[in-house]
Ligand binder design. Structure first.
Ligand code: GAL
Length: 441
């Protein structure tokens, strides 16, 4: 997706094959989830009760639910003796599920596995002793060499690994309504060169009396903010926000926040009541020109049988071309899970080539594994696989890769206060300085 137009580049049927050709039957379903493991195994090794697995995700609605269903279908084939119990709770980015999970974990009543994000988000659960080290399963399932280094770095904590990824998503994508742009004389097939050029186009849309950008609830605003920061600071400056090298109180951040404020002003006023799919729907319906959303958006277009380039266009957020703002869904084995054998079975399926192929085709994401042929996937995923292999990878804030949950929660609060008009740019900046203080420690 290199500042590409929506023309699908069939020549880009990139074979992102790291370790030879894929033999699905040999890769998937290797383990039996401990179902014959009897009493002998420890929880960490996934022995024990495999009669069922209760899995907490936020893939409860629409296109996300369809993705989960595709994965469960493979699970049922691979582990017919383990019942899948769906504990999904709706709310994009885990806006509802994470709170419920927190309460369940604190009450010592964990699900058998839960959706988390690779990266900093896992730290809280590790520090609280709530999730098991699953490094041994990487050996058992043969996963040690199948994930890319950029992902393994974000999964490894003091030499241990506490979750297994099912997929990789990208946060810095703009979804575009071509008809709205054409009506105001903007060519949708040519992405603007940078953030300023994009904002000039937004101004044109606004001058024509239309809504330039659709936005939703808190985390969608934070996701827009992270990509504005990425566009303005570049990958290195953006990375510095998470390791202390970039000053949150500095002039560059202030200027980025000012631009963010302008874009928020151009967005729909009902944003706080909208999850990501209804916000994206405004672009789909022609009620807004642009929406910045992770590439699970492509699954929503697929579900409505809308296709690029006629019905929509997509580009990296202008100013972030060549950078892949990364996040990965990754599944855990909670300490004290009631059915650790079931957990092991689930982790086996979500990491298997067959599971990752079925799931990611529907979900809009790309496989975390590098040994699945790109040509097995639809055009969007092919382009994302190519970009992931060649772009600079940075970590998404809104989706747990860059900062722990407590930092993200504080950022979300500051951002909503700002978008509701209860703070100005300078106040937002000082609140972001406070919100990110724990990162310095
Ligand atoms: C992200 C998650 C994605 C998708 C998205 C919207 O946090 O990683 O898989 O579910 O939220 O809900």
């Amino acid at each position: 997706m290199k500042r590409r137009t929506t023309t699908r580049r069939s020549s880009l049927l990139v074979a992102l094959v790291a370790t030879g050709s894929l033999v699905l039957s040999a890769c998937g379903g290797g383990g039996d989830g401990g179902s014959t493991d009897g009493e002998g195994g420890t929880a960490a090794a996934g022995g024990g009760d495999a009669s069922e697995v209760q899995v907490m995700t936020w893939w409860a609605q629409g296109s996300e639910k369809a993705g989960l269903e595709a994965l469960v279908e493979v699970f049922n084939e691979q582990h017919p003796d383990t019942e899948f119990v769906n504990a999904a709770l709706a709310g994009g980015a885990g806006s509802q599920a994470k709170q419920k999970l927190q309460a369940d974990l604190q009450a010592g009543n964990p699900p058998d596995s839960f959706q988390a994000h690779a990266g900093a988000e896992l730290q809280d659960y590790i520090d609280a002793g709530q999730i098991e080290d699953v490094s041994a399963l990487y050996d058992e399932f043969g996963l040690t060499d199948v994930f890319p280094d950029t992902l393994m770095e974000r999964l490894t904590n003091d030499g241990k690994i506490y979750s297994i990824p099912s997929n990789i998503h990208r946060s810095n994508v703009v979804w575009v309504n071509p008809a709205v742009l054409e009506e105001v004389g903007i060519d949708p097939s040519t992405p603007p060169a940078d953030l300023d050029a994009w904002m000039a186009d937004m101004q044109k849309v606004a001058d024509a009396g239309k809504t330039p950008v659709s936005l939703g609830m808190d985390w969608t605003q934070t996701q827009l903010l992270e990509n504005v920061l990425l566009a303005e600071l570049g990958a290195e400056g953006y990375n510095g926000l998470w390791n202390g090298d970039t000053d949150w109180a500095g002039g560059e951040v202030n200027s980025a926040l000012t631009k963010f404020g302008k874009i928020v002003e151009w967005s729909n006023e009902d944003r706080d009541g909208l999850d990501w799919e209804p916000a994206l729907q405004k672009v789909m319906a022609g009620d807004a020109a642009y929406n910045v959303m992770g590439d699970w958006a492509v699954a929503a277009y697929d579900a409505q049988e809308m296709t690029a380039p006629d019905d929509y266009a997509y580009w990296p957020v202008p100013g972030t071309d060549g950078v892949f703002n990364f996040l990965a869904d990754s599944f855990t084995m909670p300490v004290g899970a009631a059915h650790p054998g079931g957990t092991k079975a689930w982790l086996d399926t979500i990491s298997s080539a067959e599971g990752q192929l079925a799931f990611n085709k529907v979900k809009g994401s790309i496989p975390a594994r590098t040994d699945i042929e790109a040509s097995e996937f639809p055009a969007y995923q092919q382009s994302a696989m190519e970009d992931f292999s060649s772009d600079t990878i940075v970590s998404s804030l809104a989706h747990g890769a860059a900062a722990p949950v407590a930092v993200l929660t504080a950022v979300n609060q500051a951002v909503v206060k700002f978008s509701q008009g209860a703070s100005d740019v300078d106040t937002l900046q000082s609140e972001l300085v406070s919100a990110t203080e724990p990162l310095a420690g």
